[in-house]
Design a protein around this ligand. Structure first.
Ligand SMILES: Nc1ncnc2c1ncn2[C@@H]1O[C@H](COP(=O)(O)OP(=O)(O)OP(=O)(O)O)[C@@H](O)[C@H]1O
Ligand SMILES: [Mg+2]
Length: 310
């Protein structure tokens, strides 16, 4: 396959136990070499979708191909291309790091290759722990050990399900660096996260999933523009009926029954226009009572998107 699409998810539905519909017709294409972040609240269907791509969860209908191969019919082929770092920390506590990662490689039918395992452990800064038992690692190191296991068979695709849940900011940044380096080596990466800043730090594209539906897939930069929106509420001492002419250029709305003006601006823009606006408000003779500003949060955006898609 020569096109940019590596993974194709076509109208995938998953109904658990014959009643709960966790995925409601998901369509998504993942490009070769990209980092895609799947964002969504608890229970949105992120893990279900990832597990479906990995062939661990069987969709009720629809199809998924990886590099043109069907994930069910050609399971062994597609699974061998994929490394999966599961959401739950499950490790063989008493095994030693090097042996365990090396053993995992064997599970994929790959021949022993100590050099490759050494390289993976060094890349993940785990080399000095190679002879430690897994239970002797810190939480962040355990996450990295899971990543090492997922990379042991040299997959082209890496799934990271909540790779930094409960990980401190320093380790989180280390992890981001590792993920970026993998991308530079040509690995396609799909990660799930609740953290907007994580998507912001490393993703090329972002997909937002809610209630089993993908409600948006967009380039990160475009999404961040949207998320950078802030709301400024200018409370007035006296009610107004209409916006004064001198403020007509400012895309304001009257709220709070005439007692406030609302201004939406992009906090990431070089100039927000607030200073000029406040000067104009003053010039127009309006008397300020208070100023309030609020960030449009991911939740706001979910709500907005859901309303739009309803
Ligand atoms: N084996 C299962 N049997 C029945 N329902 C399930 C099963 N696995 C998941 N679900 C349900 O499917 C929905 C989606 O779950 P999923 O684990 O995919 O969500 P998620 O987006 O990964 O959430 P989180 O952010 O909490 O990890 C949830 O309502 C969950 O209860
Ligand atoms: Mg999950």
């Amino acid at each position: 396959m020569t096109s940019g699409t590596l993974i194709k998810i076509d109208n995938v539905r998953k109904t658990y136990a014959g009643k709960f519909e966790a995925l409601k017709g998901v369509n998504l294409e993942i490009n070769r070499g990209e980092i895609l972040a799947l964002l969504g609240p608890n229970g949105a269907g992120k893990t279900t979708l990832i597990n479906a791509i990995c062939g661990v969860v069987i969709p009720t209908s629809g199809s998924i191909t990886v590099d043109g191969f069907d994930v069910i019919k050609d399971f062994r082929k597609t699974r061998s291309m994929i490394g999966l770092v599961p959401q739950e920390l499950q490790l063989e506590a008493f095994e030693k790091v090097f042996q365990n990662v090396s053993y995992t490689r064997g599970l994929y039918g790959k021949r022993d290759n100590p050099e490759i395992i050494e390289k993976i452990l060094k890349d993940l800064s785990l080399w000095d722990k190679k002879d430690n038992r897994l239970r002797e690692l810190s939480g962040g190191m355990k996450r990295r050990a899971l990543i090492a296991k997922a990379l042991s068979h040299e997959p082209q695709i890496l799934f990271l399900d909540e790779p930094t849940a409960g990980v401190d900011i320093k380790l989180r940044r280390d992890m981001w660096r590792v993920v970026k380096q993998l991308q530079e080596k040509g690995v396609t990466i799909i990660l799930t996260t609740h953290y907007i800043e994580e998507a912001e730090a490393i993703a090329d594209r972002v997909s937002v999933i809610n209630n089993g539906e993908i409600i948006l897939t967009e380039n990160k930069d475009d999404l961040m523009q949207k998320m950078g929106q802030k709301l400024l509420t200018i409370e007035l001492q006296e009610k107004i009926e209409s916006i004064p002419d001198s403020l007509k250029d400012y895309n304001l709305t009257i709220t709070n029954e005439g007692q406030a003006l609302c201004f939406i601006y992009n906090s990431q823009a070089e100039t927000t226009g607030i200073t000029a606006l406040l000067q104009e408000v003053k010039n127009s003779g309006l008397k300020l009572k208070d100023l309030k500003s609020a960030q449009t949060s991911l939740e706001n955006i979910f709500e907005q998107l859901l309303k739009e898609s309803a």
